[in-house]
Write a protein that binds this ligand. Structure first.
Ligand code: NDP
Ligand code: 8X3
Length: 255
């Protein structure tokens, strides 16, 4: 945010669906400029058509290093000074045991959830530090703190997101740039489970059967709240779950 313009410029990765689209809507509703990035440009174009010219759709695969550098370096002047980066693009693939997992799926999760996230961050941090203001919001997960069967690499990528967020705070000490890790539990109304189960709509729907999960709007409100605090406040991490979700006992294998 410049000293004369109260509007923020918000860069949201994974804005074609779920949390990212809801986050783009939430910031646009307040009159902020939003760069909405994802691979499916047609979905971003639809979002921009609904939300107006303050939303800039950008085709970006966060796994593509050259594209990340090129995109961040060539933002139109109105959108170039990014105040808030929301590293939301991410995915889980599969829910099977590690000993049966598909290595390509593991690599895709690491490339998107970890490498893509750090590349986007690295590309925008120097500008934020130079301007003495900025906020990086990373989408972690309860899966990064609590293990569950089949969570293996997905949970590990989210543990990475949590620790990277805290370590960023150390490096950014004294710069005025803030960092927040948002770590939700079960959330419906997104493509997350359809993607996890390779397009199996029925299996995905069963995850939310008879449950009132979190909604993408809950997450958007959380991101908006964390980034709307006074400049002396840094929200380090927020963990949230639906009331319907809690913790299970440890498993004991008996002979
Ligand atoms: P969705 O599947 O609905 O959205 C994921 C978004 O990420 C899509 O917009 C997708 O767009 C984008 N994306 C995926 N891969 C890439 C890529 N390589 N480059 C750019 N964009 C990419 O899921 P959610 O909204 O539920 O998830 C958003 C984030 O929240 C993820 O990081 C997820 O791990 C996390 N999360 C989700 C929870 C849930 O229960 N739903 C709970 C906790 C955390 P496109 O395909 O167009 O590229
Ligand atoms: C998504 C939440 O519990 O499905 O990160 O892993 S969970």
């Amino acid at each position: 945010m410049s000293s004369t313009d109260p509007r923020k410029t918000v860069f949201v990765t994974g804005a074609s669906s779920g949390f990212g689209a809801a986050i783009a809507r939430r910031f646009a509703a307040d009159g902020h400029r939003v760069i909405a990035a994802a691979r499916r440009i047609e979905k971003l174009d639809d979002l921009a058509a609904q939300l107006g010219p303050a939303v800039l759709p950008v085709a970006l695969d966060v796994r593509d290093d050259a594209a990340v550098v090129e995109t961040m370096a060539n933002l139109p002047s109105d959108f170039a000074a990014v105040d808030v980066l929301v590293n939301n693009a991410g995915l889980a693939l599969g829910l099977g045991p590690a000993q049966e997992a598909d290595l390509d799926q593991w690599e895709q999760m690491i490339a998107t959830n970890c490498t893509g996230l750090v590349r986007c961050t690295r590309a925008l941090l120097p500008g934020m530090v130079e301007r003495g203001t900025g906020h990086v919001v990373n989408l972690g997960s309860v899966a990064g703190t609590y293990p569950y069967p089949g969570g293996n690499v997905y949970g590990a990528t989210k543990a990475f997101v949590h620790q990277f967020s805290l370590n960023l705070r150390s490096d950014l000490h004294g710069t005025g740039v803030r960092v927040t890790s948002v770590e939700p539990g079960l959330c419906g109304g997104t493509e997350f489970s359809v993607v996890r189960f390779g397009g199996d709509q029925e299996k995905a729907a069963n995850v939310y059967d008879g449950v009132q999960p979190l909604t993408p709007e809950d997450i958007a409100e959380t991101v908006h709240w964390a980034t709307s605090q006074p400049r002396h406040v840094n929200v380090n991490a927020i963990e949230l779950m639906p009331v319907a979700q809690s913790f299970a006992p440890f498993q004991i294998h008996r002979e």
